[in-house]
Write a protein that binds this ligand. Structure first.
Ligand SMILES: [Zn+2]
Length: 325
């Protein structure tokens, strides 16, 4: 049986109330950032709807005929529509086949569920093909549109779906979930802000080695501020690991984190070594460095000398943090 992610609880209960009252909408738009488990939620909901005897919480029983078909991945009334391999778009033919004639049988007791993920991968034509079905819902059919970029969907589509908005859980809840997943609280504290608070994304970051790499870069960055490392050497070492553009983005992220912390006037969540510098840097100078960074990013298309560009930013960073020790 699929377990519900803890931060899905209230959305789940809300939908289960509707399901029990027979008022489940015919189309839902599951919207929210990557890494919040929207697709898993859609799949659990599909199981709940298709199962013959869901339990009191609405979870699929796991042993009825429908559940066995679901477990085998061969339930005829559940379709997951995603872009074809090697493509980033959902083809109009796929949607046409879905909404056309024989897949959608009208007037049956049985339910059918279609999950479209990511829904914004439908081009205009595919979206138009789907629109008709959203305008004239077919009884017993549940459409689940999953998207981390719902704003890219045509308004006509969005306005015909009930919005189900997924938000990141509180940092404490996310951290304890990550710990249950075998991730140390230190790593959780580092990964969560990077993942925008999305636990699944944080888990991926924490287990991919990306975290360790960023951590090493940040140690250099702090070392420059403390006068323990020189800009030219750091720039050279960094460019051996990464291209200029991603390095600029990472630094911009750190500088914005400092800006946010200064504006909030409090310690941020997590254990970033950057925190120790917060009181040493001037807000105005941080903004100026961010401007400089963006300027370099704009120029970086024109055969910029990456070493010199990065060096100049690190020098300026060392300058505005002068006095830290
Ligand atoms: Zn069942």
């Amino acid at each position: 049986m699929m377990e519900l992610l803890p931060w899905h609880q209230s959305l789940w209960q809300q939908l289960q109330r509707s399901r029990r009252q027979g008022r489940l909408p015919h189309a839902l738009l599951l919207s929210g950032a990557e890494g919040l488990g929207k697709l898993a939620f859609a799949q659990s909901l599909a199981r709940s709807v298709l199962c013959e005897q869901p339990d009191s919480q609405g979870h699929a029983c796991g042993h009825c005929r429908q559940c066995l078909l679901l477990d085998a991945g061969s339930h005829p009334d559940l379709r997951l529509i995603t872009p074809e391999e090697g493509s980033s778009t959902i083809r109009i033919d796929t949607i046409r086949e879905l909404v056309g004639g024989n897949t959608l049988r009208v007037g049956e007791d049985a339910h059918r569920v279609f999950i479209i993920e990511p829904a914004h991968a439908m081009g205009q034509a595919a979206a138009n093909a789907l629109l008709k079905t959203l305008e004239e819902p077919i009884p017993g059919t549940l459409m689940l549109l999953v998207s981390a970029a719902a704003e890219k969907l045509p308004v006509t589509i969005r306005s015909r779906c009930q919005l189900l908005r997924f938000s990141p859980p509180a940092a404490e809840a996310a951290t304890s979930w990550l710990e249950q997943q075998g991730i140390s609280s230190t790593d959780a504290g580092l990964a969560l802000p990077l993942a925008g608070g999305a636990p699944l994304k944080a888990r991926e970051l924490a287990s991919s080695g990306a975290l360790q790499e960023r951590q090493a870069l940040m140690e250099d960055f702090v070392a420059v501020a403390r006068g323990q490392a020189q800009a030219p050497g750091v720039a050279e070492a960094w460019l051996k690991r990464k291209a200029l553009e991603p390095l600029l983005l990472i630094m911009a992220g750190w500088l914005m984190e400092l800006v946010r912390n200064k504006l909030a006037g409090r310690e941020a969540e997590g254990a970033s070594p950057l925190q120790s510098l917060r009181d040493w840097v001037d807000l105005k100078e941080l903004y100026m460095l961010l401007d400089r960074l963006n300027e370099v990013r704009r120029m970086s298309a024109n055969n910029l000398n990456a070493q010199l560009a990065l060096e100049s930013i690190l020098l300026q960073w060392g300058h505005i943090t002068k006095g830290v020790n």
